[in-house]
Design a protein around this ligand. Structure first.
Ligand SMILES: [Zn+2]
Length: 277
């Protein structure tokens, strides 16, 4: 599943290729991916508009169009966005194709078809609940030790589950939570309200390190993520615990354990990340 570093990688790539381009046609091959408005209106409202800018919020991509419209795309599990130049032909797997008047195109494909596309006015973005309810993102100024300390004090849940709550921290997903807890030396089942200040400082630094490093490596390819040009990310080579069940911990050599926490597959080192006190 693409997480925040992968979506950031796609965002940076597409920004180079689609901003300034004007849409000549929208070919909607799987109409149910378009959640708002109707597929017919989605198409007719987009044709003739120009991509003015592109931003990412957590795992959402926001394409700002001329006339104060915004195309919002959430890739969910298997959504992918590719740019093709005017020498390439359309991919048969593409579900929605945005053709530019320069002959090139941006193509959306999605094997499990769980992704979502919306077209809204700038002033209507609050219609997407998942977008307006997002907490501060890692690497932002709001993602501070003070914010985490106050938030953890109110939460009795397991730290892993708390970190995955998008309303508390925007954009942190399963792979990066496991890696951050590993780096901070915290057991995934620790109760959030039992963390002491030194642990919170360590955890915040670990989250920022893992996210920044992953963005530098163009994300993590675990199964089928590809960036906007079809390349794999590089962070899978840096993983300490995620997907490494039974393999030695890079720090101490103990076999990595996989268990379920809050319904999510969770990897950790039983030696470096001690049981909850
Ligand atoms: Zn270890």
């Amino acid at each position: 599943m693409p997480e925040m570093p992968e979506v950031e990688t796609i965002c940076r790539f597409l920004r180079e290729h689609v901003v300034g381009k004007t849409i000549a046609e929208v070919d909607i091959r799987l109409p149910r991916l378009v959640k708002w408005p109707s597929p017919g209106d989605f198409r007719s409202l987009m044709v003739g508009r120009t991509f003015e800018s592109l931003e990412r919020r957590a795992k959402y991509l926001l394409f700002h169009l001329s006339g104060e419209w915004v195309l919002v795309i959430h890739l969910r599990m298997t959504g992918r966005l590719f740019y093709r130049d005017n020498s390439q032909s359309s991919n048969g797997c593409a579900r929605v194709v945005f053709e530019f008047n320069t002959g090139d195109a941006m193509e959306y494909s999605d094997t499990r078809t769980l992704g979502t596309l919306y077209l809204l006015k700038e002033t209507e973005l609050n219609r997407i609940y998942g977008l307006t309810s997002l907490g501060p993102e890692p690497l932002s100024a709001e993602f501070s030790t003070e914010y985490l300390t106050a938030g953890f004090a109110k939460r009795k849940g397991k730290i892993k589950t708390v970190l995955l709550d998008q309303a508390f921290i925007g954009g942190l997903g399963n792979i990066y939570v496991d890696e951050s807890l590993s780096r901070a030396g915290l057991h995934p089942e620790r109760r959030a309200n039992t963390l002491v200040e030194a642990e919170i400082v360590r955890l915040r630094e670990a989250v920022n390190f893992v996210i920044e490093k992953s963005i530098c490596e163009n994300g993590t390819t675990f199964r089928d993520y590809r960036d906007g040009a079809g390349n794999k990310g590089g962070f899978q080579n840096e993983l300490c615990v995620y997907g490494r069940k039974g393999m030695p911990c890079p720090v101490c050599g103990t076999a990595i354990v996989k268990m379920e926490v809050g319904g999510r597959g969770t990897h950790f080192c039983p030696h470096c990340q001690q049981e909850p006190r």
